[in-house]
Design a binder for this molecule. Structure first.
Ligand code: IMP
Length: 423
């Protein structure tokens, strides 16, 4: 049985949490493969809103097993808070949430290093969520990191101390004033580690291999978005993991020839948090409306998201890099009321018209070229079947499908599970 993937195709915040939650009924296992608590996956049902950071979005579905894969980085303190929020649901966490021994741990000093590094960058800062993601992946590739499996050995505190001391020395190299009380941070960390140790640790690659042999249906849940990929995103304004399809293979130990459907999620417009180039960004009333109606505030940091028209040059690139086989369009409802909609179909790149995503998309090199389309006025949020969708929205969808050469299977018209239209 192949492993299906679900990925964000823009700069994150496409609505992956909602779609994983909606799709979980078709899967036995949901497995997160990269990123960490920089993610904020929002789910809404029965009038309640839940934000998950590290825990896979299948956690609320009876019978589903949720795996935190080796490619994920875990902050035990944030993880514990997430678990505390789940308390009221009476879930049997030990049996439905399994953690890879090979996942790396975010130490308090990783967070401090993130803060020091960002402060030292000044205006060139990445706009990191400051959750310690970059420094943790640096230690992973630098072969210094601490893994979940280390916690099963008696010398883990020694390992911790060596690494934390090294980090403290590194913080000293930055010419910035970072205030912190490490003893207090460590007390919280050690307490949270003890709680983490009560959970179930597994060799997740082996578990998933066996599950596949037994015919179990597996969905790999991505975090962030393709344009934040460490290799293919808008470097250096990216996160520190491979958010694209290949990341599911390295982040779970699934072989490339075992990948089935690649489900790509995008918003009907574009958003971005943090710094970095964004060719279709709007600074006018249209952008303000998208932000307000779409409630575009970061689920992890609360920061206002930058908003702009849909960028098909960037989206085609993401479809290509990931080998997307089906698309899901989110937040179509937010565009209701715009008389005219714009879609970027090419870039003016240093005076030349191009339709591929170039090395550099900084504003001095790239100006978007738009195709204008009619908008729709109807409120979509109460609609539940494809036949109810307004003609102008169907024209918009048909245009995107033709450009992207991939079918749009789901149109989401609101945050609730029920506001999901299948095509
Ligand atoms: P970091 O991964 O926290 O270091 O952040 C690096 C960049 O990725 C910043 O621009 C963040 O705003 C962005 N980023 C990280 N995680 C997410 C996410 O889940 N959604 C949207 N943007 C994110």
């Amino acid at each position: 049985m192949a492993v299906d993937l679900l990925l964000g195709l823009q700069w994150g915040d496409e609505g992956k949490g909602k779609i994983v939650d909606v799709l979980t009924k078709n899967y036995d296992i949901i497995a997160r493969f990269q990123g960490g608590p920089n993610a904020g996956h929002t789910l809404e049902f029965d009038g309640i809103k839940h934000v998950l950071h590290t825990i896979p979005s299948g956690i609320f579905h009876k019978g589903a097993i949720n795996i935190v894969g080796n490619g994920v980085v875990i902050d035990p303190v944030i993880f514990q808070k997430e678990l505390d929020n789940l308390h009221k649901f009476n879930l049997d966490i030990k049996s439905i949430l399994l953690i890879s021994r090979k996942a790396h741990l975010i130490l308090p000093t990783h967070r401090l290093l993130d803060a020091a590094s960002e402060a030292a960058k000044g205006k060139a800062k990445i706009g990191s969520t400051l959750k310690g993601i970059g420094p943790t992946y640096m230690d992973k590739t630098g072969r210094n990191g601490m893994r979940v499996g280390d916690l099963e050995f008696s010398d883990w505190k020694e390992k911790y101390r060596n690494l934390a001391d090294k980090h403290e020395a590194m913080i000293g190299f930055y010419d910035v004033d970072i205030q912190y009380d490490l003893q207090e941070l460590e007390a919280d960390f050690f307490k949270a580690v003890e709680k983490l140790k009560e959970l179930t640790f597994i060799d997740s690659e082996e578990y998933l291999f066996k599950a596949q042999k037994e015919g179990k249906k597996i969905l790999a849940e991505g975090a962030q978005g393709s344009l934040l990929d460490i290799d293919f995103g808008t470097y250096p304004f990216v996160t520190s993991s491979n958010t694209t399809a290949a990341g599911a293979c390295t982040g779970l130990g699934v072989a490339p020839n075992q990948i089935g459907e690649v489900k790509g999620i995008f918003k009907a417009y574009t958003t971005r948090v943090g710094s970095g180039p964004f060719p279709t960004e709007l600074f006018d009333a249209d952008g303000e409306i998208m932000g307000r109606v779409g409630n575009e505030f970061g689920a992890t940091t609360g920061r206002a998201r930058r908003c702009g028209w849909l960028d098909l040059v960037a989206l085609k690139y993401a479809v290509q890099i990931n080998g997307v086989t089906e698309l899901m369009m989110m937040k179509g409802d937010v565009l209701s009321g715009f008389k005219k909609l714009k879609v970027c179909t090419a870039y003016n790149y240093k005076g030349e018209t191009i339709t591929h995503f170039p090395y550099n998309i900084e504003p001095e090199s790239v100006t978007p070229i738009y195709t204008e389309m009619d908008g729709w006025a109807e409120d979509l949020t109460k609609m539940s079947t494809a036949s109810q969708l307004p003609a102008a929205l169907n024209t918009y969808i048909d245009f995107l499908e033709k450009e992207l050469e991939v079918p749009i299977k789901i149109v989401s018209v609101g945050p609730d599970r029920k506001q999901t239209i299948y095509r």
